[in-house]
Design a protein around this ligand. Structure first.
Ligand SMILES: NC(=O)c1ccc[n+]([C@@H]2O[C@H](COP(=O)([O-])OP(=O)(O)OC[C@H]3O[C@@H](n4cnc5c(N)ncnc54)[C@H](O)[C@@H]3O)[C@@H](O)[C@H]2O)c1
Ligand SMILES: [Zn+2]
Length: 353
């Protein structure tokens, strides 16, 4: 799959070849690798010398400018400099940090991204966004800087914890719901197979998710127009990540965010209860982590939403779905509506007492 970009067109390659990392290695390469992945797959990385390697402890707390600068510092020690090829291997956190580094280092060096989580492979690897957390704000700092090429090696998903794997499914469910009734039905019919990590099913959903995202990022690469629709469920999802102090991973937070958006849409008579319930049942199937009520502090949620970078005025903005599966931006969302819907979701859907 080729993604058209103002920077350069770039390709997504799905590979099953165990030696693919070795095959792309170069004397100019500098590697940033997720520490857990490096330990789980020693044979894939044995050719890498310690001077050309940075192991990243992939936590939201480390997704900062300090970590980015630490990597820059290490790159300045290697001889390649401007010709450095940054090879980044990990999930969305490693991607966000390395994309940022590749962009600012010598005003932009080449980089290759190898997603190792379902979320990164099915969603974040394309689109070119780089993001860092700043103080209490999720993804506040960032740029656009797509990789030169992306290699997806689905075997990486075998070792994901159920918690991280199902977080990735959160974004996959979101994409499918956004595509319309067929997407919803497709998801309902295949959820069990996806939960059982059926290889062919995963690959099909990977491709359709990326294909769906490709449409939006190609028409609006810099997020000035239609791409904002991809933010469906994220206004609330980002808030839950922050108010749970990142105990709720990104994709799971987005899945719960979708329930809140849908509840508001039902109250506004935009979305039928029947569709909302079908989506709810999918989300319940994939949010497996034990949620705590204190992660959903209503006052804090509203404060965080107000500070979200997508909010441009005093009224709150969110994207809502209707019964025809059209998405639209609403700039008149009231804090009371959000509070009511979050309350309903945590009590009646997630059963948090
Ligand atoms: N840039 C974008 O467009 C974009 C889009 C969506 C999400 N994001 C960001 O992505 C981040 C979430 O990324 P994520 O869900 O990919 O996970 P992650 O990078 O947070 O990794 C989750 C955990 O899985 C581990 N891990 C990674 N690959 C593994 C493997 N193959 N086997 C076992 N463990 C593995 C990591 O070490 C980590 O502990 C969030 O910070 C989110 O904001 C960015
Ligand atoms: Zn997301």
């Amino acid at each position: 799959m080729i993604i058209k970009s103002k920077f350069k067109d770039y390709e997504v390659v799905i590979t099953q070849t165990d030696s693919f990392i070795q095959n792309i290695s170069s004397p100019l390469a500098f590697y940033v690798i997720d520490k857990i992945v490096y330990e789980l797959y020693p044979s894939l990385f044995k050719h890498i010398s310690p001077e050309a390697l940075y192991l990243l402890d992939a936590t939201e707390i480390n997704k900062t400018i300090d970590t980015a600068l630490d990597i820059c510092e290490k790159i300045t020690d290697i001889p390649a400099k401007r010709n450095t090829l940054l090879i980044s291997c990990g999930g969305g956190i490693v991607q966000d940090v390395t994309g940022f580094v590749a962009n600012i280092m010598y005003r932009g060096i080449k980089w290759i991204f190898i997603p190792t989580t379902l979320l990164a492979a099915a969603d974040s690897c394309i689109g070119g966004k780089t993001s860092l957390n700043y103080k209490k704000f999720k993804n506040l700092l960032g740029t656009f800087y797509p990789p030169d090429i992306i290699y997806i090696y689905p075997k990486f998903f075998d070792t994901l914890t159920p918690y991280d794997y199902t977080s990735g499914l959160g974004e996959v469910v979101k994409f499918n719901v956004m595509t319309g009734l067929n997407g919803l039905v497709n998801m309902e019919q295949n959820l069990e197979k996806l939960l059982n990590k059926d290889k062919i099913t995963i690959q099909n959903f990977l491709e359709t998710s990326l294909q769906f995202k490709k449409y939006f990022i190609e028409i609006d690469e810099f997020d000035k127009g239609q791409r904002i629709l991809l933010n469906f469920a994220h206004t609330f999802g980002h808030a839950f990540e922050v108010t749970s102090q990142y105990h709720i991973p990104h994709g799971s937070a987005v899945a719960i965010g979708m329930l809140v958006a849908n509840h508001i849409a039902v109250l506004r008579n935009l979305l039928s209860k029947e569709i909302a319930l079908r989506i709810e049942s999918l989300v319940k199937g994939i949010v497996i982590l034990e949620l705590k009520k204190e992660w959903f502090n209503l006052d804090e949620i509203i404060i965080v939403i107000r500070k979200d970078k997508k909010q441009t005025s005093t009224a709150l903005t969110a994207i809502l779905l209707n019964s025809q599966f059209d998405l639209a931006v609403f700039n008149d969302i009231k804090p009371e509506e959000i509070a009511l819907s979050v309350e309903n979701i945590i009590q009646n859907v997630l059963n948090l007492k």
